[in-house]
Design a protein around this ligand. Structure first.
Ligand SMILES: [Zn+2]
Length: 325
């Protein structure tokens, strides 16, 4: 439909600035509802959490106590008298923006759009966009702790240049090339569950590999790897079955045998390149988010990606540190 055939064009052009803002919000709210099934925080949170446990004592015995000025249900805990609302303890608490802004922002985070671009598209300040990203990342910060890979597990390491990726004003190259590289231990099982964790600097020792992966691979699993000796202690520790391929990118056997984990490493590197200048202490959070999205995508027959992330955010009780960048 061309703009001259649009019966709303004249009316919209005639609106005052204030009315135009109201119209934009009405349209955005409807789009949000059509996309997610929710148009307000209360609808979102109450859909997934019928019972609101007390954020202080955990009791689920409460009295409903009217609504906040923003329209969120207020509760008083019967045990400890704490007054709280639907949003207390969720990442949406104290947010002055509407749910539709969050939905747009989360959608962009699912596509790993750079934070400045996301701020622009959502019409929020850079400061708010950084804050929101930290809140979202905080909800997945212990996501990998429960990961347990099974049956057939590929393992490998991938390396990042400190200087290329990380912003460290006092950064000095260390002696020996490999010491300047951060090692990330990666693993993926036959069910396509991934795992990725920082594993120190430079080529890892047996102990570092064992410490990084031992608690996340089920005993007796087949460990598929590239004959790296540092893997042996891990395989022994989990009573694993050793299946190894000599690393040789011209060897079809190696490529096929290691394809699962080689692909994972490529995706991971591609993903991390989108966040130049991150602080080293935040790298693990980005790895957690990568693994989280990887698994969300895998389960997409059950939920759309954004819907699933929203559900996760609504259920999460993570507190976040505001000093992250
Ligand atoms: Zn309480």
């Amino acid at each position: 439909m061309g703009i001259c055939n649009n019966p709303f064009t004249d009316d919209v052009n005639a609106l005052s600035d204030e009315d135009f803002v109201l119209l934009k919000y009405a349209v955005a709210t409807r789009r949000c509802y059509e996309k997610t099934g929710f148009s307000t925080y209360t609808e979102l949170v109450e859909n997934y959490r019928l019972i609101r446990p007390c954020p202080r004592c955990g009791s689920d015995e409460y009295i409903k106590n009217g609504k906040t000025p923003a329209g969120h249900q207020r509760y008083i805990c019967k045990k400890c008298d704490l007054e709280y609302s639907t949003l207390t303890g969720t990442i949406f608490e104290h947010s002055k923006k509407d749910l539709c802004d969050w939905v747009n922002f989360v959608t962009m985070m699912c596509h790993n759009v750079q934070v400045e671009a996301a701020a622009d598209m959502c019409e929020i300040s850079h400061k708010t966009a950084f804050e929101w990203r930290h809140r979202v990342l905080a909800t997945v910060s212990d996501y990998q702790k429960r990961t347990m890979l099974k049956k057939r597990v590929w393992i490998d390491e991938t390396y990042l240049e400190d200087s290329a990726l990380l912003s460290q004003p006092d950064w000095q190259p260390k002696r020996g090339l490999s010491k300047n590289k951060i090692c990330i231990a990666v693993a993926i099982d036959v069910f396509k569950n991934p795992y990725a964790v920082i594993c120190g600097h430079g080529k890892p020792s047996s102990k570092r590999i064992k410490d990084a992966l031992q608690n996340h691979i089920e005993e007796g699993s087949v460990i598929v790897h590239d004959k790296e000796r540092a893997h042996n202690a891990l395989i022994k520790a989990i009573a694993g079955v050793d299946e190894s391929y000599k690393a040789d990118t011209k060897d079809a056997n190696y490529l096929e045998g290691m394809q699962m984990v080689n692909n994972l490493c490529s995706w991971l590197k591609y993903y991390l390149r989108r966040f130049p200048g991150m602080k080293q202490e935040n790298l693990q959070h980005y790895l957690d988010w990568f693994v989280y999205l990887f698994r969300v995508t895998k389960d997409k027959e059950k939920w759309t990606k954004v819907e699933r992330v929203l559900r996760h955010l609504a259920l999460s009780e993570t507190t976040f540190r505001s000093s992250w960048t």
